[in-house]
Design a protein around this ligand. Structure first.
Ligand code: DHB
Length: 408
């Protein structure tokens, strides 16, 4: 088989890249090691920056999100038992949207299949070859046949997450990896209960961080800071609610609405960056290149920004024979990635309980929260980063794409 751009991974990055390439008349094939049911059913984060929403709208995949998403103009930071609202919209003119990642995936898979795009699901033994030549290849085995197949490409996009084969295909002598692991994780639940709050609540408490988010008028999404080695078996539903009630208690009459817990899991937290994000004809995007702790809600949005830069760069190459944007891909993305890493680390440090903190450091943390919620300059900075920094792509490049698929 042959294609212009071989894409490894049908997460948000791989699917959106394939969609953006298609809109420019560029051919791609996605291979994915999980099944369609699995990628469409895995519960992940769900907060979209304005530019992610704009990207979906301008490329015709936003209809369901506009109907079912929740548009928020602010967030609450809660500490010392009191809530403080950051008015994101007033400070930046932007909003954020709560719409689950697996719903984004469903919409993008549908868009690719409707356009006769190729996604090969449930592959295994994926490997990358000949990256230094003009014909890099992806090899894999199909679930049905078990036989090895090969796709010859012009370029390969590694959108295969942190544990995928793409990043290790960059020689160790070429790549530098930066990382920080946190000694805590997040226990996330989905609960059948109406929203306890119209906006997200990020709570700093001496027992640890808690977050109130939402999914629909019937389902709440909530998170608790837990020890990194904690096991989900240690957390009965009763204990989860007890802990959430303690950490979210406030003096202003807030009531946390409880309900049956329908899903729970623990995720670990790390910050990670691979530099460069490109090697010869391989381009990394999303979690394959970088990980953020979830506190700033940046993971999915960074992936969408990467592929916007990459799709534009590939378009310039195929349309104009201009390789300049491709050559700058890694530097362009990393400038934004490092700012999101900084913000995610800042939010994580400010909001979590750190067992190693001295009483002095605990007071500094509270002073930081007091400052960010009382100074317009500081809250504007938080709001600007939370709503999303601009993607370095020429303005309106998507609007210029001529295709009958561009509706909305
Ligand atoms: C959600 C996840 C986040 O990491 C966050 O910062 C806000 C919301 C969510 O899953 O809803």
């Amino acid at each position: 088989m042959r294609t212009q751009v071989g894409i490894i991974g049908a997460g948000p990055a791989g699917l959106m890249l394939s969609h953006l390439l298609h809109l420019q008349g560029i051919d791609s094939i996605i291979i994915e090691n999980r099944s369609r049911e699995e990628i469409e059913g895995t519960i992940r984060a769900g907060l979209l920056e304005q530019c992610t929403v704009d990207l979906m709208k301008s490329t015709g995949v936003a209809q369901r999100m506009m109907r079912e998403g929740h548009f928020h103009e602010g967030i609450e930071l809660r500490f010392k038992g009191k809530g403080h609202r950051i008015d994101i919209h007033e400070l930046t003119g932007k909003k954020v949207t709560v719409y689950a990642q697996h719903e984004v995936i469903k919409d993008l898979v549908q868009a690719r299949l409707d356009a006769d795009g190729t996604i090969i699901f449930s592959v295994h033994d994926t490997s990358l070859h000949d990256l230094e030549t003009t014909q890099p290849t992806m090899r894999f085995k199909r679930e049905e046949t078990g036989e090895q197949e090969e796709i010859i490409c012009d370029y390969i996009a590694g959108c295969d997450g942190f544990h995928g084969p793409s990043r290790p295909a960059i020689p160790e002598t070429v790549r530098k990896e930066y990382q920080k692991k946190y000694p805590f994780g997040w226990l996330g639940i989905l609960a059948e209960a109406p929203p306890s709050s119209p906006e997200l609540i990020y709570a700093n408490h001496e027992r640890g961080f808690a977050l109130v988010s939402t999914r629909s008028p019937e389902i709440q999404r909530l998170y608790l800071q837990v020890d990194q080695n904690d096991k989900i078996e240690n957390w009965s539903d009763e204990r989860i609610w007890e802990e959430l009630q303690l950490r979210l208690a406030s003096h202003d009459g807030f009531k946390l609405i409880e309900g049956p817990i329908i899903q729970k899991n623990i995720v670990s937290m790390r910050s990670f960056v691979c530099d460069p994000m490109q090697y010869e004809r391989l381009f990394l995007a999303g979690d394959a290149a970088h990980i953020v702790p979830p506190t700033g809600a940046k993971g999915l949005n960074l992936a969408m920004a990467d592929v916007q830069v990459l799709a534009h760069a590939l378009g310039e190459f195929y349309r104009e024979r201009n390789p300049g944007f491709l050559q700058n891909y890694s530097d362009t993305c990393l400038r934004r990635v490092w700012k999101a890493e900084r913000f995610s680390s800042y939010m994580t440090t400010m909001l979590h309980r750190h067992d190693e903190h001295t009483p002095f450091e605990q007071q500094i943390q509270l002073a930081e929260l007091d400052y960010v919620t009382s100074s317009r300059a500081s809250s504007t900075s938080l709001a600007e980063n939370y709503a999303g920094l601009p993607v370095e792509c020429p303005k309106d490049w998507i609007k210029k794409l001529e295709t009958p698929l561009l509706k909305n």
